[in-house]
Design a protein around this ligand. Structure first.
Ligand code: DAH
Length: 377
């Protein structure tokens, strides 16, 4: 018998089966086809088609066997065919059912697998960002001063005119107030004192000395505000670090030595410092510190020849104001001007950061474009 030709669509006579012992191989062949087909069924739609192909009432293979093999079978074959068919049906039904269960639980498992969190996998790394360059420069400056005995203190950004001006020896009609015109807060009528956004960190000199007897060595990082129009070097909010050292025997040498130490630590040992006379109401004498131009090495000449555009050929760049604390200031904080002396300085951090990191527009510090920020991880 040619097993390839065995089909349930034809009668036994057409298949050439005439003896009872020819029946069993017939069913064996059908059963092995069923087995092969069933292994290819992996999902519910395929399973349904498969089930109907075998068990469908009208045209399923078992129905065809009943119609084509069993019903027309001659009496001497009927028994064998009936027995074979019953056995085949039992097998097919139980296999189809167990296949269904397997597919169902498999689908459940893969759904579970999708939800399952595998803790052994590497985690999702989320960028955590970094400190803003201004914050980093604050930190650099704090580290330098802390290493030589200064402490870091912070103060309010909203100040009274007394701390921002008067106690710093800037009386109401002093002309330097013109440069420091700022933002006053709108207050309810009858408020005890006007309030303003501090124009510098210097008020903290007063607040510190009010609280603390000498010796005092503090630096004050923070934001300050001025009514400046924004351009490449101006912003209505910027950052300063104030410094104050007061003790019984602080000299001008201590002062310049401290500043020189700081500037070399910050810009590198190769730079030189110098100071020029200047004026601040709260220091006497007052100076302006310069650093040898870090772009042209102090030569005033650009790398490719010509005048250095950064120092405009001077070889020096202005850094910040400073001075010996004016004795008048001690009068506001109950320090004995005959017994104490000290120095103070106030540096613009944005300016220092721009010089050190060669940034030519102060506005980038406030725009917070990540393409800029990422350059300083
Ligand atoms: N407060 C001044 C300013 O903002 C800077 C300054 C100058 C601070 C001299 C000082 C100082 O402590 O001694 O322009």
């Amino acid at each position: 018998m040619d097993s390839a030709r065995i089909t349930a669509a034809e009668t036994l006579a057409a298949l050439g089966v005439t003896q009872p012992d020819q029946v069993a191989p017939l069913f064996a062949e059908i059963r092995s086809r069923f087995g092969l087909e069933s292994t290819a069924i992996h999902d519910e739609p395929a399973w349904k088609t498969f089930r109907d192909a075998w068990l469908g009432r009208k045209s399923g293979i078992l129905a065809q066997i009943t119609d084509n093999w069993l019903k027309p079978a001659p009496p001497d074959l009927k028994r064998a065919v009936g027995a074979g068919l019953n056995e085949l049906r039992a097998h097919v039904e139980s296999q189809i059912e167990s296949r269904r269960q397997a597919i169902e639980s498999g689908a459940e498992q893969s759904a579970l697998a999708r939800e399952h969190v595998d803790l052994s996998l590497p985690g999702v790394t989320r960028p955590i960002g970094s400190h803003h360059l201004i914050r980093q420069v604050f930190q650099e400056i704090e580290d330098i001063f802390v290493s030589i005995g200064f402490s870091v203190v912070e103060g309010p950004e909203i100040e009274t005119p007394y701390y921002n001006f008067e106690a710093l020896n800037i009386p109401e009609f002093h002309p330097v107030r013109d440069d420091m015109d700022t933002f006053y807060l709108e207050l309810p009528k009858g408020a005890p004192t006007p309030l303003l956004l501090r124009t510098h960190t210097s008020p903290m000199q007063i607040r510190t000395m009010e609280k603390q007897k000498p010796p005092v060595r503090v630096i004050v990082p923070g934001k300050v505000y001025r009514r400046d129009n924004p351009d490449a070097t101006h912003s209505f909010v910027f950052h300063q670090v104030e410094g104050l050292a007061v003790d019984s025997d602080i000299t001008f040498c201590d002062f310049t030595g401290t500043i020189e130490y700081f500037v070399k630590q910050f810009f590198g040992p190769g730079v030189k410092t110098r100071f020029r006379p200047s004026y601040f109401p709260f220091t006497e004498p007052s100076v302006e510190f310069d650093v040898s131009c870090i772009f042209c090495g102090g030569s005033g000449t650009a790398a490719g020849g010509g005048t250095c555009s950064k120092c405009k050929g001077a070889g020096w760049i202005e850094l910040f104001g400073a001075g010996m604390v004016d004795p008048a200031v001690y009068g506001f904080v109950n320090y004995d001007a005959k017994k104490v002396s000290g120095f103070a300085f106030g540096m613009g951090i944005d300016r220092l950061a721009m010089l050190k990191y060669q940034i030519d527009d102060i506005q980038v510090f406030f725009q917070n474009d990540v393409r800029f920020l990422r350059q300083f991880p």
